[in-house]
Design a binder for this molecule. Structure first.
Ligand code: FMN
Ligand code: SF4
Length: 662
């Protein structure tokens, strides 16, 4: 009989009625898991630089363990070699010695405290590794495509055997630390995938050759790890079903299927179906890829193996995994970023509180930070990585109850509003528009997935209503109104001011505002110059190019998209090229002429660009009302784009920080 760790009865929960397949049990190997939910392994760079677990790492995991409501909760992949070639992140947890066991046990215990199933992951980062040393190891010496990664050198036959043993020894430590499931990570270009792929494995010994040869090291890892795990501890593996490496002669789909069959033969108790490499040229998980785009791969995997198949990859909402599990095309719903953004996401699904979920917006800032040796944070979740600090993650009720006037119902104002109201303040949100959302009302109309940004406003609206925030929409805040209300605190979240071009008013007919263009109110000619090369300008340029207009993007920054995180910026660069947008960076506007605009390039040339319409997207801080509030002696905060024009993330983070402080 399969081992049961914790009893869970979901029958009375609304979510279990709505999503019966997500909340039904499954046996994986000899372990009984009460539901189909898994928090997938996630590096967060929160551990010590020496690989020891920290309080921050434990607190981070404890929150995610609460979220899976009895399901699988995996800690990040650990590196296993003292030489640190397998270490891919400066704060990656280590398991190359017994001295790491007590720290690892803290994580297993924190997961068990929440009555969830604790997963341990073995992850030699291979081509993505060697973050702290000069060079990394791999099956063959194949040059890196991405400059941020270190050169790779071919492992000797003895080193391959040593690597297998390192997996086995680290697995023993995971068992001793108290974990319940063992996983080998072979995704996105890490060492296991390097052995499997024809792109990176060019060996001629027993660890290379055809797919069976390339799987030999993996088979030895699976069998070695299984031998040291108790019989009721499932051993699974994450493997690519589509590498998306055709341009460098990576594995064919048939070879990938074969690798799955070989892993099953070797004794794997489940496979987590993954796709893409860091080095593949196709996007896989960014916002421009529709949700559910890849889930058909799980079905393909299930057609060829008989062990449970788990899968993540843009499955951000419960409906699709519910459907696929019901159709037996998937067995377990893996979740990574949606639980970075909201650790309690599946718990809220179970409890019928879906509208309270703060949705991931697939921006990949979390990943970008890891690759820049910074602790992971989340674009949309200000608490992420601060779970160990109760002042930040669980703010206290306000000592003195205040009447707070928040000017602006955009993401900064709304975030501040519900947080302050939850702490006991009386909060009034004013906006001159008669709708909430501020500039996101327009920004959400940009193509390539920006409509998903609106989920932030939907969440904030629900939270404001629950916290009792009072809204005064269609109401412009004036000096008189402030004097009349005389609140205890004023928060200015008024959004940015859009810069005009010197000497040219917005009333020339040719010059239109970004908001008017993005909302469809402005008449826009066929040839357009968008002034301002940050995210709002790029979104607008793409929006217009999609309508068939000839668009030129001109801006002061040295590169377009300076405010877009690097893990998403490359997508915009490609889309601008694909949509025929001409870009002039590091430029200023000299004058607007009858038939267009004259820009001054960084080296002093005056360059005329013909256009019918000029869109202003360049932004400045918004100082209006500041003096009035100050002159009344009222406590004042300025947040979001009104303080310094930035992005949605800064708005949310500013709003939260002031909300917990005020
Ligand atoms: C910040 C971050 C860290 C990750 N760390 C790991 C890891 O340690 N091991 C692993 O196998 N996958 C790791 N992944 C991959 C995820 O587990 C997951 O497969 C991927 O993000 C796709 O799922 P999603 O669309 O739900 O985010 C990481 C992903 C992210 C975004
Ligand atoms: S940083 Fe972006 S991609 Fe990562 S979890 Fe947060 S919202 Fe999602």
């Amino acid at each position: 009989m399969a081992k049961t760790l914790f009893e869970w009865d979901y029958s009375d929960y609304p979510g279990a009625k709505k999503y019966p397949h997500l909340f039904k049990p499954i046996e994986i190997g000899n372990l009984f898991v009460p539901n189909r939910i898994k928090y997938a392994a996630t590096e967060e760079n929160l551990n010590g630089l020496d690989g020891f677990i920290t309080d921050s790492g434990v607190a981070y995991m404890r929150e995610r363990a609460k979220g899976v409501v009895g399901g699988l909760c995996f800690m990040q992949g650990v590196y296993m070699d003292e030489a640190r070639k397998g270490q891919g992140y400066v704060g990656q947890a280590a398991a190359w010695d017994d001295k790491f066991i007590p720290g690892l046990k803290r994580i297993a215990d924190a997961i068990h405290e929440q009555r969830a199933v604790a997963g341990f992951q073995l992850m030699d980062c291979g081509r993505v590794g060697a973050v702290e040393v000069e060079s990394g190891h791999g099956p063959s010496t194949v040059p890196q495509r991405l400059r941020i990664f270190k050169p790779m050198y071919e492992m000797t036959n003895a080193e391959v055997k040593e690597m297998v043993q390192q997996h086995v020894d680290a697995a023993k430590r995971g068992v001793e630390a108290g974990f319940d499931v063992m996983e080998i990570s072979g995704i996105v270009g890490y060492l296991i995938s390097n052995f499997i792929s024809s792109y990176t494995n060019r060996r001629t010994d027993e660890y290379g050759g055809d797919i069976r040869g390339r799987m030999q090291a993996v088979v030895e890892v699976i069998q070695g790890v299984k031998a040291v795990c108790p019989p009721d501890m499932p051993v699974g593996i994450r493997m690519c079903l589509e590498e998306l490496l055709d341009d460098v002669r990576g594995n064919t789909p048939e070879e990938s299927i074969e690798s799955y069959k070989i892993a099953e033969e070797a004794g794997a108790d489940y496979i987590s179906c993954t796709l893409g490499w860091q080095e593949s040229i196709y996007p896989v998980i960014s916002r421009d890829i529709p949700m559910g785009n890849w889930v058909h791969l799980a079905k393909r995997a299930k057609e060829h193996v008989n062990i449970p198949i788990q899968m993540a990859y843009r499955l951000f909402k419960p409906g699709l995994p519910e459907e696929k599990i019901g159709l037996e095309e998937l067995d377990i719903w893996e979740i990574c970023r949606s639980m970075i953004a909201d650790p309690l996401m599946p718990k809220k699904v179970l409890e019928g509180r879906e509208e309270e979920i703060r949705h991931c917006v697939a921006c990949n800032l979390c990943l970008a930070r890891l690759f820049r040796d910074a602790p992971m944070t989340c674009y949309i979740n200000p608490v992420c990585a601060h779970e160990a600090n109760p002042e930040f993650s669980d703010p206290k009720p306000a000592e003195e109850e205040k009447e707070i006037m928040i000017v602006g119902a955009g993401p900064a104002g709304l975030e501040c509003a519900y947080v302050a109201a939850q702490r006991g303040h009386e909060v009034h949100v004013y906006d001159k528009r008669d709708v909430i959302g501020g500039t996101l009302n327009e920004a959400k109309n940009a193509p390539y997935g920006d409509d998903e940004l609106w989920t932030c406003i939907e969440y904030q609206e629900v939270m404001c209503k629950k916290a009792g925030v009072e809204f005064h929409l269609g109401t412009e805040v004036t000096e008189d109104l402030i004097e009349e209300e005389m609140p205890d605190s004023v928060v200015l979240a008024t959004g940015p001011i859009y810069s005009t071009i010197e000497g040219v008013g917005a009333d020339t007919g040719k010059v239109v505002s970004l908001a008017d263009v993005m909302s469809g109110r402005a008449d826009v000619g066929e040839k357009v110059v968008v002034w301002g090369n940050r995210k709002p300008g790029i979104g607008c340029a793409l929006h217009l190019a999609k309508q068939g207009k000839k668009v030129t993007l001109v801006g002061k920054d040295k590169t377009a998209g300076f405010d877009v995180n690097p893990s998403f910026k490359w997508r915009y660069m490609i889309y601008m090229r694909q949509n025929g947008i001409t870009v002039y960076n590091d430029c200023d506007v000299v004058e607007v002429t009858d038939d267009g605009i004259v820009v001054k390039t960084y080296d002093g040339y005056h360059w005329p660009i013909k256009c019918d319409t000029i869109v202003l997207s360049q932004r400045e801080p918004n100082e209006s009302l500041k003096k009035t509030v100050q002159s009344e002696g009222i406590e004042m905060f300025i947040i979001g784009d009104a303080l310094i024009p930035r992005n949605l993330s800064s708005a949310v983070h500013d709003g939260y920080r002031i909300g917990i402080r005020i």
